[in-house]
Design a binder for this molecule. Structure first.
Ligand SMILES: NC(=O)c1ccc[n+]([C@@H]2O[C@H](COP(=O)([O-])OP(=O)(O)OC[C@H]3O[C@@H](n4cnc5c(N)ncnc54)[C@H](O)[C@@H]3O)[C@@H](O)[C@H]2O)c1
Length: 252
């Protein structure tokens, strides 16, 4: 049990990568709080974790809203009294050509992906500082934060911002014993990537951009998140860790 008695908050924890992380952390003994916008999905994931003897609560909350973020933290602290790990995972991606991106879509991506990561990260960091027992914050970035993908200028910009936010947080929080790292997945099978997976004429050539020749699955990201959450990564902070089947190392 590598996270026994740890308390972890996972935003966007009812689906995809966030769900796999919540399931894995709970199996390793953590008490997990999952948050998101879809109450039915939150409840279903919480029931699944509880059925495997995991300790879990779910909180309906929007990461763009400071009042919702405060409510998430208040709920966790009143339930368990402390927090140790944050996985800042909630995010959206609606592809559009650069010349066609609406201002509202730009704002929506910035508000959920970048501002949300800041709001939850700052709120949790304040609690971690007051607790004086350290902690680990994992910001879910992407390979799109390190290289540009077409039709995703707004998404790319949020993930690039998350990487620099991660380094900035790490810099200021390291002396206080709090580690902050970014996890940069490549192409992972979730509902976010389903439109491409369901389009065989586009998906087959896309897979050829990945040296390992396949998409990743959420559990492969959860394994790395576990490493980043535990003491196994105790000397690592401000790092952007790429998990992409080799996609970023390929020139063409
Ligand atoms: N799937 C991939 O290939 C991939 C690759 C790199 C990075 N990522 C990142 O991983 C994270 C999870 O994505 P996923 O692929 O599991 O997709 P997903 O759609 O299953 O997960 C996103 C989660 O975020 C939640 N969410 C969205 N807006 C929210 C808001 N305003 N407030 C609170 N929660 C909100 C959703 O309810 C959902 O549970 C995202 O940050 C995404 O950018 C995914």
């Amino acid at each position: 049990m590598r996270l026994k008695d740890s308390i972890a908050l996972i935003t966007g924890g009812s689906t995809g990568i966030g769900k796999a992380i919540a399931v894995r952390f709970a199996a390793e003994g953590a008490k997990v709080a999952i948050t998101g916008r879809d109450k039915a999905a939150l409840q279903a994931t919480a029931e699944e974790i509880a059925a495997q003897n995991g300790e879990v609560i779910w909180i309906d909350g929007d990461v763009q809203l400071k009042s919702d973020v405060n409510h998430m933290l208040d709920t966790i602290l009143s339930q368990w009294g402390t927090i140790d790990v944050l996985v800042n995972n909630a995010g959206i991606c609606s592809p559009a050509a650069f010349l066609d991106i609406e201002e509202s879509e730009w704002d929506r991506h910035m508000a959920i992906n970048l501002k949300g990561t800041f709001l939850v990260g700052q709120a949790v960091a304040k609690v971690l500082v007051a607790q004086e027992k350290g902690g680990s914050i994992i910001n879910m970035s992407s390979v799109n934060g390190l290289a540009a993908e077409g039709d995703q200028a707004h998404y790319n910009a949020t993930k690039g911002g998350i990487n620099l936010l991660t380094m900035s947080m790490a810099l200021e929080l390291a002396p206080l014993g709090i580690r902050v790292n970014a996890l940069c997945p490549g192409f992972i099978e979730t509902r976010l990537t389903k439109p491409l997976i369901d389009n065989p004429t586009a998906f087959a050539p896309y897979l050829r951009t990945i040296p390992m020749g396949r998409a990743g699955v959420p559990e492969e990201i959860a394994d790395v998140a576990l490493f980043m959450a535990t003491n196994d990564s105790r000397y690592m902070t401000g790092h952007c860790l790429v998990v992409d089947g080799g996609q970023l190392i390929k020139l063409s």
